[in-house]
Design a protein around this ligand. Structure first.
Ligand SMILES: NC(=O)c1ccc[n+]([C@@H]2O[C@H](COP(=O)([O-])OP(=O)(O)OC[C@H]3O[C@@H](n4cnc5c(N)ncnc54)[C@H](O)[C@@H]3O)[C@@H](O)[C@H]2O)c1
Length: 434
């Protein structure tokens, strides 16, 4: 009934001056019509009425939070399903079958390749949005394809696409890495954070909880949830009530939302709070990346200092360590207990810090880059603006160490050496404008 009530009225339709003659005319014609013609006309009218009321087929399969690229998502057909099944099929006996969202992203690419290498089945999903150079995402996609990972181009908000993927493949696990990342961009485009990190996450959990069997879900939260906390190192037991950015607030909301789906539907959920991840194939919006680019170009870089004139510090964590943490979380995740949207018993809910435990001042990061690039940086020191960044991050990783075997092994200098080597190779080959 409600959709009938929502029909907009047509202005002028009930004006008696014009309606009367037409009404009379139709009345006469009606009297002259034969019975079969009358029924046929009635059916036709009903059919047209139904068409008018039905929502158009394309938008109906998505929710209201579509991003533009999801509108171009191409999927379906036997060839497509074959590709999906092949990619998701584990090569080793007992291997996992994992849906990796955000697969063309920095962390997603590394995790997908690592899973595939050890024989798990992996299907990627990414909307290839333009938050940063999509050419880099496409290059990562090429790398994934060469490793046997197919990436479906689509949005986590597209419920029909997600359901279709779960129909075609019985995923044992979801590694959810798709998100709107970055702290400062939230002041320009707040909606993108709500769209991907909240609405998209809910959509993914909705489809996961209804799947039969339900997958175990491991997802990326962030160290940013610790916000303005001053007690260091940051522990999972600490409160996370003072986010400093909308990004942090959406990640914090994600943790609450995940807990709800665990509680109501028996979904096995593990949240990983990553601490400033860096490395080859990294993200151009992160300081280590754009400092490298600008130092090489001879451009001035801005280095922020805290109000007490101290350097801003980050617990930089190398990508290979993060990948090991993700795999450890997937391997130790217990099965979800529900099926088809019904909880059958309590399920696992975990949150872990994945950091390096040794914060490094950004001034030291610059010194290492100068050494590796053999160039002096032109620096401008500025007070840290209040646009979302925090002064320092420092992880306590005791819990991840004992429960998922997480043990970071790469120091910043070693990791940056690998990043710089990749950067020089990638951008000299690409001859791009970077
Ligand atoms: N890199 C870090 O330092 C860091 C730190 C803390 C948390 N994280 C979290 O880790 C995850 C991975 O981060 P990353 O550094 O690889 O970022 P990234 O931006 O490189 O990867 C995210 C990928 O998700 C895709 N994506 C975004 N919204 C989507 C949507 N609605 N539907 C489908 N795909 C979508 C993007 O196209 C991108 O390829 C994110 O959740 C991020 O918030 C990263």
């Amino acid at each position: 009934m409600s959709h009938l009530d929502d029909l907009p009225s047509t202005p002028g339709k009930y004006k008696t001056d014009k309606a009367l003659p037409y009404g009379i005319l139709h009345h006469h014609r009606y009297l002259r019509l034969s019975k079969p013609t009358l029924w046929a006309s009635l059916f036709l009218a009903l059919f047209l009425f139904y068409l008018l009321l039905s929502p158009p087929p394309t938008p109906s399969r998505r929710n209201l939070n579509d991003s533009p690229s999801s509108l171009s998502a191409k999927y379906g057909g036997s060839q497509w399903e074959k590709q999906v099944r092949k990619s998701a099929h584990p090569r080793s006996p007992g291997g996992l079958t994992v849906l990796v969202t955000g697969a063309a992203g920095f962390v997603g690419t590394h995790v997908s390749i690592a899973l595939r290498r050890r024989g798990d089945g992996v299907l990627g999903l990414d909307n290839f949005n333009k938050y940063y150079d999509p050419k880099l995402k496409r290059a990562r996609q090429g790398l994934l394809e060469r490793s046997g990972v197919f990436v479906v181009e689509g949005d986590i908000n597209d419920a029909v696409l997600l359901k279709k993927l779960f129909d075609v493949v019985l995923f044992t696990h979801v590694m959810h890495l798709a998100a709107q990342a970055g702290v400062r961009y939230a002041m320009q485009n707040p909606g993108s954070y709500v769209n991907s990190n909240i609405a998209g996450f809910v959509n993914l959990l909705e489809v996961s909880k209804s799947a039969n069997p339900q997958p175990a879900v491991v997802w990326a939260s962030s160290s940013s949830v610790y916000g303005l906390n001053t007690k260091v190192p940051f522990s999972e037991k600490d409160r996370t009530d003072h986010p400093a950015s909308l990004y942090a607030a959406t990640k914090k909301a994600g943790e609450g939302i995940a807990h709800t789906y665990n509680h109501i539907y028996g979904l096995s959920l593990t949240g990983l709070r990553f601490f400033t991840v860096y490395g080859p194939w990294g993200r151009p919006d992160m300081a280590y990346f754009f400092f490298t680019k600008d130092i090489l170009k001879g451009k001035t870089i801005t280095v922020f200092e805290s109000p007490d004139k101290g350097s801003v510090a980050r617990d930089f964590t190398y990508i290979d360590d993060i990948v090991k943490g993700c795999l450890g979380a997937l391997d130790t995740a217990e099965k979800s207990t529900g099926s088809g949207g019904k909880k059958k018993g309590p399920a696992m809910f975990r949150i872990y810090n994945l950091g390096n435990t040794s914060p490094v001042p950004v001034t030291k990061l610059v010194k290492i880059l100068e050494k590796l690039l053999k160039m002096k940086a032109k620096k401008k020191v500025m007070p840290l603006p209040r646009n979302g960044d925090v002064e320092f991050t420092h992880a306590n990783i005791t819990l991840a160490q004992s429960e998922i075997g997480y043990k970071p092994a790469v120091d910043l200098e070693t990791g940056l050496k690998k990043f710089v080597k990749w950067y020089m190779g990638f951008y000299s080959k690409k001859k791009s404008s970077w």
